[in-house]
Structure formats: C-alpha cells, structure tokens
Write a protein that binds this ligand. Sequence first.
Ligand code: HEC
Ligand code: HEC
Ligand code: HEC
Ligand code: HEC
Length: 221
Amino acid sequence: MRKLTVLLCVVIMALWALPAFAGSAPGTGIVDSQHDMNNVSIADSQGRVCAFCHTPHHALDDASADYLPLWSHQMTTQTFTPYSSDTLDANVTDPLAGPSRLCMSCHDGAIAVDQHYGLAGSDLRTGDSWGGIAVGAGGDLTNDHPIGFDYTAVASVDDEIRPETTPTTNPNIPTIADLLLDGTTMTCSSCHDVHNTDSNDNYFLVNLQDGSQICLTCHDK
Ligand code: HEC
Ligand code: HEC
Ligand code: HEC
Ligand code: HEC
C-alpha cells in the first residue's frame, strides 16, 4: 500500500510538472524555454515573450551594431577582447559581429536580463563561471571559443576544419554554412539557436553533446 502511494505521488508529480516544462525541450520553440523571460526572470506586465528582445516599433538604433532585428533590449557598452592562441588561423575582426552583440544585451553580466521596451530591469546575471550565464563578463572573451571571424577563410587553409558546404547531422540544419552569418562569419548563433527551434540538445545547442557531435560538426578530429 505504501509503495503504491509513493508510486501514485511520483506519477502525479510527474504529470503536474509536465506543463511547466512544455516548450523547454530542445527544438520546441521559445515560449516557456530558458529564453522566455516570463519563465526565468521578472515577467512582462502583458506576458509578452518576444518583447524582451524585439519590438514592432521604436526599435533600438545603435551605430555599434551591424545587425539589429527590431531590437528592444539595451545594447552592451563594453569593449570585448577576443580569444587568441599560437595555433589559431582565424582572423578575428569584430568579436561581436552579427547576432553575438545581441546576445551580449543579456550575457555581458552588466545589463539586466529583464530590461526591455525602455523599461529598466533589475535581474542582473553577473556570474561568469560554471552555471553562471554571463559569457565574456567585463569584456573578456579570451577564455571563450573564438567567434567573429570568416569561417570559410579558415576552412580553406586548415584541413581539420570542415568546408562550410559539409552537411550537419542535425536534420534541421542542412550545412555548416547555415550556421554562419551570411554563410561566412562564425558567431554565438553558430552553436546556439536563440529561439529554440532548430536546436537538438540542451543549452539551445545546434547539435548533440553526446560523442561531442556539436564539436565534430566543424572540427575534423
Ligand atoms: C532572448 C532574446 C530573443 C527573444 C525572446 C526572441 N528573439 Fe528573435 N532574435 C533574437 C536574436 C539574437 C536574433 C538574431 C538572429 C539569431 O541569432 O538567430 C533574432 C532574430 C529574429 C528574427 C530575424 C531572423 C530570423 O530568424 O528570421 C525574427 C523574425 C525573430 N527573431 C522573431 C522573433 C519572435 C517572433 C519572437 C517571439 C516569439 C522572438 N524572435 C523572440 C533574439 C530573441
Ligand atoms: C533578453 C536577454 C537574453 C538575450 C538577448 C539572450 N539570452 Fe541567453 N539567456 C538569458 C537568460 C536570463 C538565461 C538563463 C535562464 C535561466 O535562468 O535558466 C539564458 C540562457 C542561455 C543559455 C543556457 C540555456 C540552458 O539551457 O541553460 C544559452 C546557451 C544562451 N542563453 C545563449 C544565448 C545566445 C547565444 C544568445 C544570442 C544569440 C542569447 N542567449 C541571447 C537571457 C538572454
Ligand atoms: C563553438 C560552439 C559555441 C560557441 C561559438 C558559443 N557557445 Fe555557448 N556553449 C557551447 C556549449 C557546447 C555549451 C554547453 C555547456 C558545455 O558543454 O560546456 C555552451 C553553454 C553556454 C551557456 C550556458 C553556460 C552555463 O555555464 O550554464 C551560455 C549562457 C552560452 N553558452 C552563451 C554563449 C554566447 C553568448 C556565445 C557567444 C558570445 C556562445 N555561447 C558561443 C558552445 C558554444
Ligand atoms: C560552427 C563550427 C564550430 C563548432 C560547432 C565548434 N568549433 Fe571550434 N573552432 C571552429 C573554427 C573555425 C575555429 C578556428 C580554428 C583555427 O583558426 O585554427 C575553432 C577553434 C577552436 C579551438 C581553438 C583552436 C586554436 O588553435 O586555438 C578549439 C580548442 C576548439 N575550436 C574546440 C571546439 C570544441 C571543443 C567544440 C565543441 C564544444 C567546438 N570547437 C565547436 C569551428 C567550430
């Protein structure tokens, strides 16, 4: 009897938990995901989801950004130092080229993640260590995977970097070129799918962690 009660409790708890996680599974969209600020931060007064990043009117007009898809979140003001190493072929021009600068609206550890629509937010995420979501806090991208360079130029000189025409093992993403800004530039969105639509693993990843398929998408190792 006791076992049955415990079992029932587990089943009920599992069912009760289901709706809360709907949409948070890889590839199931942004609503209720970790990029739905209503889910993870201080909710919007009208329950809007897109509004934390986009607006139909009065969008941000910031000269420092080369890509602003109707942006409604304050832009980072930090200067970023890119990754470098003796074996790197990549020539990093602007570490925050394209969507990467947009990610830094929230992941720079300096702007509140619930800031939107000109409303001041208060939920600051400053931790740039395991479990923290600030990436490149204080403008330091030196300990992060390189971004902001021409992938195709690297692939043409480095035979351990797959050509951009190589198919990926994620059925939603035909080739590596689909992960690059304008088919050339490597950005945060080369590994993460911000809207959780084409991702097939946790962390909005565009490929599986298992067997490091995500890394083998581009690296021939
Ligand atoms: C957490 C921030 C965030 C939220 C919330 C968000 N977006 Fe985006 N969106 C981005 C970023 C960053 C880009 C830049 C392109 C990229 O990185 O894929 C983008 C690009 C876009 C684009 C242009 C490129 C494309 O993929 O077609 C559209 C359209 C768009 N978003 C629509 C939406 C809609 C509709 C919603 C709500 C249902 C939404 N977004 C919610 C961050 C967000
Ligand atoms: C509106 C603010 C905002 C923007 C813009 C934004 N993020 Fe996030 N992101 C967050 C917050 C907040 C979390 C943590 C949610 C939580 O508490 O679990 C997060 C979590 C993540 C995670 C971890 C998800 C997990 O499963 O733990 C990844 C990866 C990520 N973001 C990548 C990106 C990338 C890449 C971009 C740009 C293309 C971006 N984010 C743009 C606010 C944002
Ligand atoms: C080369 C692939 C790659 C690129 C480029 C990349 N990431 Fe990630 N990121 C990952 C992987 C893989 C994880 C999952 C955690 C792990 O395996 O360490 C991750 C985890 C994260 C997390 C969760 C961190 C945590 O400790 O919970 C955030 C937030 C994040 N990335 C944001 C970004 C942002 C912002 C950018 C661009 C500045 C970016 N990523 C660029 C591969 C990448
Ligand atoms: C979208 C393609 C892509 C993905 C996915 C990717 N990388 Fe990379 N990575 C590159 C490119 C291109 C370079 C630059 C190589 C160069 O310049 O020599 C690079 C650079 C690196 C470097 C630095 C090399 C150096 O010489 O300093 C390491 C280490 C690395 N990646 C590991 C990883 C790991 C681990 C993963 C998975 C978590 C991963 N990469 C995922 C494309 C990718």
